[in-house]
Write a protein that binds this ligand. Structure first.
Ligand SMILES: O=P(O)(O)OC[C@H]1O[C@H](OP(=O)(O)OP(=O)(O)O)[C@H](O)[C@@H]1O
Ligand SMILES: Nc1ncnc2[nH]cnc12
Length: 174
């Protein structure tokens, strides 16, 4: 069986020059790759105590939902601006390329709940930091963050150094 990192394809200069895009579709479109990705992420946080899984649109949904389902936890969506129908809180942040505003429903986290954040990838950590702001503004406690891929050269780990971060694959550069 292949190693997890062998399923990830790296595409230079996408979506713009200078970015190496770490493509998770090549992991997902292989049954063994998909199993290995979810199983490895779960293994990394098997000792963690949490009540709710939170994942951001869109690739965070793919990895967050199976982890929530397998561990019988609820899954809360963080969406890009304008997609959630009820009362929301929002945060704006910069990305490795571009900027974005994300939102979550005000009633999605109860004060004191312990939250596991799941995403496909951490680069600059801007998305994760914005998610932490939203969760904490609702009174949630961030128990930890698990991602499939960490781009260590972009220093996301340093940006959220107060929190536990686990990654299944770590690239030293970007
Ligand atoms: O650590 P950062 O520098 O914030 O970058 C990481 C984020 O960027 C990507 O999402 P993107 O906003 O591109 O959305 P997508 O999943 O819909 O493609 C990725 O899925 C992470 O959420
Ligand atoms: N280099 C990268 N590859 C894939 N997704 C990303 N999201 C932010 N930076 C990325």
């Amino acid at each position: 069986m292949k190693k997890l990192e062998e399923y990830v394809k790296s595409i230079p200069d996408f979506p713009e020059k200078g970015i190496i895009f770490r493509d998770v579709t090549s992991v997902l479109q292989d049954a063994d790759g998909l199993h290995l990705a979810i199983d490895t992420m779960q293994e990394k946080i098997k000792d963690l105590d949490y009540d709710v899984v939170v994942g951001p649109e869109s690739r965070g949904f793919i990895f967050g939902t199976p982890i929530a389902y397998n561990n019988h936890k609820p899954f809360v969506l963080i969406r890009k601006k304008g997609k959630l129908p009820r009362e929301t809180v929002s945060a704006t942040y910069d990305l490795e390329y571009g900027s974005a505003t994300i939102e979550m429903h005000k009633d999605s986290i109860k004060p004191g709940q312990k939250v596991l954040i799941v995403d496909d990838l951490i680069a600059t950590g801007g998305t994760t930091e914005a998610m932490i702001r939203l969760i904490e503004s609702l009174g949630g406690e961030v128990a930890g963050v698990v991602v499939l891929i960490e781009l260590a050269g972009l220093k996301g780990r340093e940006r959220i150094s107060r929190y536990r971060l686990e990654s299944a694959i770590c690239y030293e550069g970007k």
